[in-house]
Design a protein around this ligand. Structure first.
Ligand SMILES: [Zn+2]
Ligand SMILES: [Zn+2]
Ligand SMILES: [Zn+2]
Ligand SMILES: [Zn+2]
Length: 280
């Protein structure tokens, strides 16, 4: 029968089938709920009787024993072996106590155990209390650990946030710095290229002048004059060929370059050691 049985249920032990009383107690030895009248019969057999309301608060496993042969054995047959510090039933005695001599009846051994000076009980109560305190301390430690973890979590989040701000600032500065440097490089190149174009234009103008001169002489002058001029222009043109070659060598094409694209991956890899979050 379950211990949670409603107190209004009727006693199954009452002899009269018509006149059953309401159950009020629980007998551990018989594992049944009983009425106040039937209680006396169980008491007579040294059974453990407690109010129904208390039944749920008791560990049944420690109340019964030492043997399970409740039909033929009663507490009258229980003995206490001092050598082994064990209670046993003499009717179904374990062979371990066969040669034990320091043995007394359970009644003798139990005498005074409920008195407040009983070492057995006071020591047991103390040890139960201490152990429970130790367990409660473990709970406290676990809860403290949770508080610490929460603090650590926010600390690390703040650390990551600060690092990110630092990196943002650093990258902003870097972007400005690179931008300014690019502006300066471009300005240098622009000045140089303007100078180059100016120098090239001077050569072109000089060649245009020679072209015009030759054309004017062909249309307006004598063959003799044209011949002399053509020979001079020919010499100048030859000189200009070698000037052009030096120009070609001298003029270099500028090129701005930055990191190769795979460098971005390397930068990300560098940041990856930030992912090494550990739980110990
Ligand atoms: Zn009854
Ligand atoms: Zn009983
Ligand atoms: Zn027994
Ligand atoms: Zn023994």
């Amino acid at each position: 029968m379950p211990m949670t049985e409603s107190p209004k249920q009727l006693c199954g032990s009452c002899p009269s089938a018509e006149n059953k009383n309401t159950i009020e107690f629980w007998c551990f030895d018989c594992s049944e709920s009983i009425c106040i009248e039937c209680k006396e019969k169980h008491f007579g057999k040294f059974h453990v009787i407690i109010p129904m309301s208390e039944a749920g608060k008791v560990d049944k496993s420690v109340i019964t024993g030492p043997c399970t042969c409740t039909d033929k054995c009663s507490q009258n047959s229980y003995l206490h072996c001092k050598s082994h510090d064990k209670i046993y039933c003499k009717l179904c005695a374990p062979s371990i106590h066969k040669s034990c001599s320091d043995v007394q009846s359970i009644a003798n051994a139990a005498t005074g155990c409920q008195h407040r000076t009983s070492v057995l009980i006071t020591d047991l109560e103390l040890r139960l209390g201490n152990l429970k305190t130790n367990y409660l301390q473990l709970i406290e430690e676990q809860e403290l650990n949770l508080t610490d973890l929460n603090f650590q979590k926010y600390q690390i989040k703040a650390q990551v946030c600060d690092f990110r701000k630092d990196m943002n600032e650093y990258l902003n500065e870097l972007e400005d710095k690179i931008g300014n440097q690019l502006d300066r490089y471009y300005e240098q190149c622009r000045a140089q290229i303007s100078k180059n174009i100016q120098a090239i234009l001077e050569r072109c103008n000089m060649l245009s002048l020679l072209e015009n001169t030759l054309h004017l002489l062909i249309t307006n002058s004598s063959e003799c004059r044209t011949f002399i001029a053509a020979k001079n222009i020919d010499r100048k043109q030859c000189e200009e060929e070698s000037v052009f070659e030096t120009f070609e060598d001298f003029l270099k094409l500028f090129k701005l370059s930055f990191l190769k694209e795979e460098t971005n991956d390397i930068n990300k890899k560098f940041l990856r050691h930030w992912e090494r979050l550990s739980l110990k």
